[in-house]
Write a protein that binds this ligand. Structure first.
Ligand code: GTP
Length: 597
């Protein structure tokens, strides 16, 4: 393909604004797939993603489109994830492109998530092409939303293309805009090879597959390539593109996007953001990569049955093969035994990993309450990072605790502004900016990350009837009066239930937590005392009263089958319980801390 006939683009869209539907349409229009293949929305490949309706991994598809000017173009579409937890992955997809479609639901308007990603695209010098989707809806307001794009995003949108990914109206025009407005890739086919790794994943049959964008030079099967950060060289086995089926071409030229397979056994051997070059004629410098991501939230994960420990470790190893942002290391808890301390990008990431472990690997887990990473300055001047409440130094050894603060951008219709401000204040937020754009208001808050990663997103959604949207990034560490609250069950401190919280909230949260746990811990043959404490100071207590002996016998009566069913149910329920000393504690109790405050 002539380089001048290549277009590389991504789609930036808020969840549910129609990115998957639109990309399916584009693929179908260019004849990439049969109807049956279309049925399985190809770009969202994992089941779980499909069920949750979100896109996580970057994927790509190469399409051929004959435009109205009579020329045939190669369109390389690189998918981007839509959820706030994964927004860092957007920049890696954008790094492979010259342009991006900004898809906005014409009935909903601009949302914060798209805004942040749009700025990233603009910063990276990409051409942003606005697309108003869902114009078939009666409540669509394309002119109003175009104005909103101009006001809030700051790009021209009066003549934005209007389409309906659902009915197919305007899809032609979307393709024409891609060809006309997005510039072709620059780059020298004769220069030494520089190919940017956009994504790498592990395939059981092929080993590591990397999605790359060739910036300069040519990538050929049979040649040897060097991974620039590690200096390791590999024989290139296969090269090609996704149509979306894997299609081998043996060659990728400058400007093109496709895959390379080179007998690499671990994804860390082909790190995302790294540069591939030719071993025989290497490039002098790697391409500017993109920011490496660090986990933001840590939690302990413990198999309910200790027999599962080995398979749990293997499963984590397998998941980490395809997910470089998943961190894990062994953790030993007095209450929960052997498990792993795991690091995640956010709560959604954590839930997805937990679900995959349980569904795909059949391991029942107890997950402890997630926590962010604190910086603690000790009285001896040393600074330690603490990602586990258990590791918080003794009170007398602490000089200052610094908590991570994020900058949160929230877009909300005016009528819900009051609710959003109330929520932010409750979460210890400090307002730094507020701007009105027509019906919408954009507010910026500095908020403790610990407050944001927990239930903030859900609370924000419910307090604004789903209309508010959020984007946030780490800003700084700031001194804060944090304390560790311990939970004791029948006098024993349970390490896995400890939490770090602000002193002002500690009593309220301790109170709520013990109340919550009283509801969650089933009655047993004896009274169970639940206490919350800061050091030796008890701040709250509650009691689970013992069972009255004859109750069970009575209600089961003589109905044998019913009794069996109950027992079976109890057994299933048991799987999710953990024996702490003489007390059985259900999984929910370990996460109850998420539900308080
Ligand atoms: P994520 O994959 O989670 O990022 O969502 P998405 O942005 O890909 O949204 P998706 O394509 O799954 O569409 C969300 C919903 O909007 C689906 O129910 C679609 O059927 C619907 N939808 C998409 N495009 C249109 C459209 O043009 N008109 C109408 N009426 N509905 C649409």
């Amino acid at each position: 393909f002539k380089q001048s006939n290549i277009r590389n683009f991504s789609i930036i869209a808020h969840i549910d604004h129609g990115k998957s539907t639109l990309s399916d349409r584009l693929i179908q229009h260019c004849g990439g797939l049969t109807d049956r293949e279309m049925a399985e929305q190809v770009l969202d490949s994992m089941d779980l993603e499909r069920e949750r309706g979100i896109t996580i991994k970057a994927q790509s598809v190469t399409l051929h489109y004959t435009a109205k000017d009579g020329e045939t173009y190669q369109l390389n579409f690189i998918d981007t994830p839509g959820h706030v937890d994964f927004s860092y992955e957007v920049s890696r997809s954008l790094a492979g492109c010259e342009g991006a479609l900004l898809v906005v639901d014409a009935a909903q308007g601009v949302e914060a998530q798209t805004l942040a990603n749009c700025y990233t695209a603009i910063d990276m010098d990409l051409e942003v092409v606005p697309v108003l989707n869902k114009i078939d809806l009666p409540q669509a307001d394309p002119m109003g939303v175009a104005q909103e794009i101009e006001d809030i995003v700051g790009i021209e949108a009066v003549d934005a293309v209007q389409c309906s990914a659902k009915t197919g109206i305007g899809i032609d025009e979307v393709l024409e805009r891609i060809v006309r407005q997005i510039p072709p890739p620059q780059g020298e086919p004769e220069d030494p090879l520089q190919a940017l790794i956009i994504d790498s994943w592990f395939d059981n049959y092929q080993g590591v597959v990397s999605l790359v964008r060739v910036k300069n030079g040519t990538l050929r099967a049979g040649d040897k390539m060097t991974v620039m950060s590690t200096g390791q060289s590999y024989q290139i086995d296969k090269v090609g593109f996704f149509s979306p089926k894997q299609t081998e071409t043996g060659i990728l030229r400058s400007g093109e996007v496709g895959y390379v397979i080179a007998g690499i056994k671990e994804i860390l051997g082909a790190p995302v953001g790294d540069t591939l070059t030719a071993t025989r004629r290497p490039a002098e410098k790697p391409l500017p990569g993109f920011q490496k991501v660090k986990p933001q939230v840590y939690a302990g994960m413990f198999p309910i049955s200790s027999d599962d420990y080995e398979s749990f470790r293997d499963a984590l190893g397998k998941l980490a093969l395809n997910d470089a942002s998943l961190f894990y290391e062994p953790e030993n808890s007095a209450a929960l035994g052997f498990g792993f301390r795991c690091g995640f990008l956010g709560m959604l990431h954590m839930e997805i990993i937990q679900e995959r472990l349980e569904r795909e690997y059949d391991i029942d887990l107890i997950t402890t309450a997630p926590t962010v990473v604190y910086e603690v300055e000790k009285t001896d001047g040393k600074i330690v990072k603490v990602d586990n409440p258990v590791n918080l130094p003794a009170v007398n050894d602490i000089e200052t605790i610094f908590e991570p603060i994020v900058e949160a951008n929230i877009l909300v219709p005016q009528e819900f502004l009051g609710n959003v401000i109330t929520l932010c204040v409750e979460k210890r937020g400090v307002q730094t900016a507020m701007n009105y754009h027509g019906k919408q208001v954009s507010v910026t808050y500095e908020l403790p990350m610990a407050e944001v990663v927990m239930d903030f997103f859900d609370r924000l959604k419910s307090t604004s009837r789903g209309y508010a949207s959020l984007d946030y990034q780490f800003k700084k560490f700031q001194p804060a009066d944090m304390v560790r609250v311990d939970i004791m069950i029948n006098g024993d401190r349970v390490d896995a239930l400890a939490m770090i919280t602000h002193r002002d909230h500690s009593e309220g949260r301790g109170r709520e937590l013990v109340d919550k746990m009283r509801e969650l811990i089933p009655r047993q043959q004896f009274d169970i005392a639940i206490q919350a404490a800061i050091g030796n100071h008890i701040i709250a207590r509650a009691t689970v009263k013992q069972l009255r002996k004859n109750v069970t016998a009575k209600c089961y009566g003589g109905d044998v089958s019913r009794k069996k069913k109950l027992l079976q149910k109890q057994k299933e329920g048991k799987k999710r319980m953990k024996q702490l000393g003489s007390v059985e504690v259900p999984q929910e109790a370990f996460l109850a801390v998420l539900k308080v405050g």
